[in-house]
Ligand binder design. Sequence first.
Ligand SMILES: *Cc1c(COP(=O)(O)O)cnc(C)c1O
Length: 385
Amino acid sequence: MNPPIREFCESGLAGLEAEGLLRRLRVSEPAGGRAIALEGREVINFASNDYLGLAFHPRLRASARESDPRGATASRLLGGNHPAYAELEAALAAFKRAEAALVFPCGYSAAIGTIPALVGKGDFVVMDKLCHACLVDAARLSGATLRVFPHNDLGRCGELLASCAARTAVDGGRVLLLTESVFSMDGDLAPLDRLAELKREHGAWLMVDEAHGTGVLGENGRGGAEQFGVEAEVDVAMGTLSKALGAVGGFIVGSGALRDFLLNRARSLIFSTGLPPGACRAATEALRLLGTDPAPRRRLRANLARVGARLGRELASPIVPVEVGEERRCVALAEDLLARGGWVPAVRYPTVPRGKARLRVSLSASHTDADLDWLEREVLPGIRA
Ligand SMILES: *Cc1c(COP(=O)(O)O)cnc(C)c1O
């Protein structure tokens, strides 16, 4: 017989508490981009993915307000396909210089809908060990066989692709190579040029999650694929509108056929209400700003250069992990920093491996010189170069 559900939950929570892994929500209200009010007290925010400070741009707010604030009222396939979707998808395709784009309720939903639509039983997913949970979950859900290579280990990745190609040559089946452009908890980049070579060599498809690359990497902010010059090699580009673009929603960009196929096969799109039209309008406005106002990207670059100079290395992205290791110590450090005026969250298992807890600093164009002074004084001395 099952234990009462309350007992089951309470003992689970006690176990997490004992390991320093208990999570809880705090009431947190962003205070204009660079700051956050946590349980009523305003502190500097180093936890936001709003890398360009666009979430609080007056034009985003205005565009979201102008349009219908209600929900879409139905799945996009059943009468919920407001004109704001077509505008946003055209803007995304133009921004990424791709044939077509498809918008999902969020990035997680884009992954969960797309990967199982493309691969299944008898197919293979070859993926980086540090891929985001939504890619892992989507790959598992697909029913394909997972082959995981150590983080950015091109040799092992090539071996796995070769063995999958040998299997599929005999038994049929497809191979999907899966990575992200910026790794969300380490801030480093995938060598997309080399991965593109490998996918070509072994005849696989390449899917890149640009959640943290969009708006940040590349000459024009199109992402890691732009930075590495491999946009034409990426078969499936995924991203979110909720990070540097300051809005909400996920997207897939690729060929027109890919878009139409996903529209028919991605269950997270078919069986879910789409984004509120106002959110689409805000995201469309963010793309317009990205293309017309270089100031936020310039400021982000300057902030990265300043922190990088202090650390004695060039920062690959706005994500700067401060290794701590032990979970409870990491949480205590984060609490101490919070008391000193800055929110630098402790990231723990299962977001990162056990014993590899870290403070995760997220830099933004909205951080002022004074904010970075605080960071340099309170946090950076703890970073091993
Ligand atoms: C945040 C994130 C997602 C999910 O995007 P949402 O729009 O927040 O659901 C996907 N992949 C990576 C790497 C992320 O960091």
